[in-house]
Design a protein around this ligand. Structure first.
Ligand SMILES: [Zn+2]
Ligand SMILES: [Zn+2]
Length: 221
């Protein structure tokens, strides 16, 4: 084998190793069943009370086991922000590449985030996907110059988590009903205007997806 061939082979092996590392699935341990459970992946949230609130809320709302886990999220170099904000799509893809299962994984992050068509964004998910990103940064009233109000902050977090999970449950478009959590919002004021839970129609879509996660047979129509 020539020196040049050896160097090429070494480079290929290094590249394969890096790709394997980037795509390695997160090991959540034996107590978490990603086929069924909801996992809140804590990305830098120091407010333990918020995490406990969300865990309890999602468990009561969907009757699925909910876990909060803190695992470092290895991001490819390309996902590092070029400004103080992080690209939601990069974060979503980083989680998708490391999580497998039919349950749901919500990355709850303290990072300030944007999307390619909005200069800030609080959430992103793929329709019928299993993963969602929610940033609590701009949901904090203090961000907008209001006095800190924990109940207000938590209410916004619940709404956005329900909204993004609703997309993963199969509500691909935004709902036209302002009273529904899956109504679209283009400002923090509009987030406050939207409802705190799904409308009847979006609830039915979510229920069908949750029944499938639980492995329940489809109900006859
Ligand atoms: Zn949406
Ligand atoms: Zn709706």
């Amino acid at each position: 084998m020539s020196q040049r061939t050896r160097i090429k082979l070494y480079a290929v092996l290094c590249m394969a190793g890096l790709l394997a590392l980037a795509a390695r699935e997160i090991d959540f341990g034996p107590t978490i069943n990603l086929q069924r459970d909801i996992v809140i992946l804590n990305d830098g949230i120091a407010d333990e009370e918020m995490l406990a609130m969300l865990q309890d809320f999602l468990h009561r709302r969907f009757s699925l086991p909910v876990h909060v886990v803190k695992k470092p999220l290895a991001l490819p170099a390309a996902a590092r922000p070029k400004k103080p904000q992080w690209d939601m799509k990069d974060l979503l893809e980083a989680v998708i590449s490391r999580v497998r299962g039919e349950g749901r994984c919500v990355l709850l992050t303290c990072k300030d985030t944007y999307t390619r068509d909005m200069n800030w964004s609080t959430g992103l998910a793929r329709c019928n996907g299993t993963t969602a990103i929610v940033s609590v940064c701009r949901l904090n009233p203090s961000f907008w110059g209001d006095a800190y109000d924990r109940a207000w902050h938590y209410k916004r977090v619940r709404k956005i988590v329900l909204h993004e999970l609703g997309h993963t449950f199969g509500q691909c478009d935004h709902c036209g009903d302002w009273a529904c959590a899956i109504h679209g919002s283009g400002s923090i004021g509009e987030i406050d205007q939207t409802g705190e839970d799904y409308c009847k129609r979006c609830d039915a879509i979510a229920n069908a997806a949750i029944a499938a996660i639980r492995g329940e047979p489809k109900t006859a129509r």
